[in-house]
Design a protein around this ligand. Structure first.
Ligand code: ZN
Length: 94
């Protein structure tokens, strides 16, 4: 499975779990800020585990702005660090 497909799949799972968490919190209380922040935090951890097979940069890496590394939930087809096509399967990837 390519890094690109892994990212899409992880996003899908996170979205389903995230909505379940947020709606269940809304059901018991009107507090949704805390579970929402927790959800963002946890999703960032999972998404940053998916890395570019060529250079090892997380797929959440968005490039540098004013010398600061920016990470986010947006996926690019090409690695922002080395321009590797993230939807390309490696021969050794089984
Ligand atoms: Zn790369």
């Amino acid at each position: 499975m390519t890094a690109y497909k892994k990212f899409l799949l992880t996003w899908l799972v996170i979205m389903v779990i995230g909505f379940l968490i947020i709606f269940s919190f809304l059901y018991v209380s009107d507090q949704f800020v805390l579970p929402f922040l927790l959800f963002i935090f946890i999703s960032q951890i999972f998404l940053s585990k998916i890395i570019c097979p060529n250079c090892g940069a997380p797929v959440t890496y968005q490039g540098k702005i004013a010398g600061t590394r920016i990470y986010g939930g947006f996926l690019h087809r090409k690695c922002r660090a080395c321009e590797w096509d993230l939807n390309k399967d490696l021969s050794g990837d089984r």
